[in-house]
Design a protein around this ligand. Structure first.
Ligand SMILES: [Zn+2]
Length: 406
């Protein structure tokens, strides 16, 4: 079950109450869809950060058309490397192609009590709100360094941030904590599931469809494999193991794509199945994969009896680790205080993956906390309530009180 949202409600928020709104609008105006260059938004942001005294580093993808931005506001004593926080967000957004938008997706627009635009929830509002604080942070001086981490290609598999983190480690930065501003409704999320994505390929044997005993039907064998995945999933739903703090309290197994066959009168030779395991810490994904593979292996003797060149192969396409941060850690306590949620009941765990796991992996305790809800992410007419934006501003102002000298 999800932890409850903060119980305080803000008075009806007006657009004019939101100091970060102009910067959110500016960030949304960059159409930084993952497939395109993100250099315009990175260059704008680098200039803004440097104008407030931040030291910036860019790390590029192989094409040179996309970059991560790592920026450090030094502590009052000049320290830049050790301790302090990272505020992290991705600059890319998912495409709008084919989606029925009622507004221009790259022109943020306030309508009623909501702000509409691509990325207002996932996840430009958090980053822009953090940047809004720059003049105040520079004026009030920092106890420890503060880092901003803005990545490319999050939406296509958390690709960019891996280089940013490698560079961070190479350069000797050792932050004490990280806040990733993915949409959590400003709930303090201390864990998310990991994901293993696979492609299973069935190689059958072609024959005329009137001669089924002489062929090996790859589509039908793939369907048996998928049906077994579904049976494994049902067992997890019914018997767990369960971690009730997660929004979906059990590990899940899901098939996303089946592709195979060419015509009704041909016994299909090939069929590919793309599927995933999303696991919490109580399940080892490798054991579940081994179980699925053992089932596939059990189908082989009958296939080989008809045609020896048939088979079933599996490829691990991607791994995003899960993460879990102690609810009693310094970074969690800081976020509970800034988000104004109760530490004993307010910690959340979610099933979607984020860059948090990759910071966690190199020893940086990480929290996910940002405005908006994942249900609005990637949708046409993506929106965030003005109240959520006000929550985020309040979070940042409280954070400034914690991390500034005066
Ligand atoms: Zn996101």
């Amino acid at each position: 079950m999800n932890a409850p949202l903060p119980n305080q409600t803000l008075n009806a928020v007006q657009a004019s109450d939101l100091a970060a709104l102009p910067l959110i609008e500016k960030w949304v105006s960059f159409a930084s869809v993952s497939r395109d260059s993100n250099l315009p938004i990175i260059e704008f942001t680098r200039e803004l950060l440097e104008s407030h005294g931040a030291q910036c580093r860019l790390s590029y993808d192989d094409s040179g058309k996309k970059a991560n931005l790592w920026a450090t506001l030094p502590a009052a004593d000049g320290e830049t490397k050790t301790g302090g926080l990272v505020l992290s967000g991705h600059t890319d957004v998912v495409p709008v192609d084919g989606q029925p938008w009622d507004t221009d997706p790259f022109k943020a627009e306030v309508i009623g009590d909501k702000l509409f635009g691509r990325g207002v929830t996932d996840m430009k509002s958090f980053s822009a709100t953090a940047l809004m604080m720059l003049p105040e942070l520079a004026r009030r001086k920092l106890k420890r360094p503060l880092h901003f981490a803005f990545s490319y290609d999050e939406e296509v598999g958390c690709i960019g941030v891996r280089r940013l983190i490698a560079d961070m480690v190479d350069q000797g930065f050792r932050p004490a904590g990280c806040i990733v501003g993915e949409p959590t409704g400003m709930q303090v999320v201390i864990a998310h599931k990991g994901k293993h994505a696979y492609k299973t390929s069935v190689r059958g044997f072609e024959a005329h469809s009137s001669l089924t005993p002489q062929g090996v039907n790859a589509v039908e064998i793939a369907c048996e494999f998928v049906a077994n995945l579904k049976a494994m999933h049902r067992r997890l739903v019914e018997h767990g193991p369960f971690d009730e703090i997660f929004d979906v309290p059990h590990t899940t197994i899901h098939t996303g794509v089946i592709a195979g066959g060419t015509a009704l009168n041909i016994i299909p030779r090939d069929c590919d199945v793309t599927w995933e395991i999303r696991h919490h810490h109580l399940n080892a994904p490798v054991l579940l994969f081994n179980e699925a593979k053992a089932f596939a292996d059990s189908l082989l003797p009958a296939m080989h009896a008809v045609a020896p060149d048939t088979g079933i192969t599996h490829k691990l396409n991607s791994v995003l680790p899960g993460f879990a941060t102690d609810a009693g850690s310094d970074i969690a306590r800081l976020c509970f205080a800034c988000a104004d949620v109760d530490a004993s009941t307010g910690a959340g765990k979610v099933s979607f993956g984020t860059e948090a796991a990759l910071f966690h992996q190199v020893g940086v305790p990480t929290i996910v906390c940002g405005p908006g809800h994942i249900a609005q992410a990637h949708q046409p007419n993506e929106w965030v309530t003005l109240e959520q934006l006000a929550w985020c501003e309040r979070f940042m102002r409280r954070l400034a009180n914690e991390i500034c000298l005066n």
